[in-house]
Design a protein. Structure first.
Length: 224
């Protein structure tokens, strides 16, 4: 099942998506770029990677059974330079001696390398789908279903109920959870730990107090 089968809406997209990226995400190569990006954004809005919320991966090594995105052209060229340096010095980057098996592998990769086989860039939304440890696409994006620990669905949207705000204020003791600054009532800001754009909810466990500066500095990043 491809991610693309989950979302019927189509929006504009200016990026040219390399066919290897589409293949990694299990789209037909002829799928329009706009449809690919719409499906990706829809998956990001429906679910969040488990590691973002529960801080560990429930899939473990099973993640390695899922697709890898291709290297960008820049990363591939940097790897080529690394391989050449290892062949020249006879030493790996870790300081270990270059063994014969890796020597043959590096020689083959350098001989067969063509920069045209690698995409110039990969959209940020697609990069966000990778496992931060293994680099493979997180399985949750292929399942692409609502996930919740309770019978109640996740509370979507940026609206935070007053009762939730009050519990968060008391829990965090009027203190910015990033820099530790004690906040006055008119300085309190409520930050979504996992951004709404990346599948976060407006439930208490995903809200924390921050000051204005720390909230703006974070932008839409996920802090693991």
């Amino acid at each position: 099942m491809s991610i693309g089968s989950q979302c019927p809406f189509i929006t504009s997209c200016l990026l040219m998506i390399d066919p290897k990226i589409k293949k990694s995400l299990r789209f037909d190569l002829g799928t329009p770029d706009e449809e690919v990006m719409t499906a990706v954004r829809g998956a990001l809005a429906r679910v969040c990677k488990p590691c973002w919320e529960i801080k560990y991966c429930p899939y473990g090594p099973f993640v390695e059974e899922f697709p890898l995105l291709p290297l960008t052209r820049k990363d591939a060229e940097e790897y080529q330079e690394y391989a050449k340096k290892c062949l020249k010095t006879g030493v790996l980057g870790s300081g270990e001696p270059l063994d014969e098996k890796r020597r043959r592998m590096f020689e083959t990769e350098i001989r067969d390398f063509s920069s045209d086989e690698y995409p110039e860039e990969i959209p940020e939304e697609i990069l966000a789908m990778r496992c931060t440890v293994f680099g493979h696409i997180c399985p949750v994006f292929f399942v692409s279903e609502e996930i919740t620990e309770t019978a109640e669905p996740r509370r979507r949207g940026r609206y935070i109920p007053f009762s939730v705000k009050m519990r968060v204020v008391r829990r965090d003791n009027w203190t910015c959870q990033v820099c530790g600054k004690h906040l006055l009532d008119n300085e309190v800001e409520f930050d979504h730990i996992i951004p709404i754009s990346k599948g976060g909810s407006s439930e208490e466990h995903n809200i924390r107090l921050t000051c204005f500066r720390c909230n703006r500095d974070k932008n839409d990043r996920v802090e693991i």
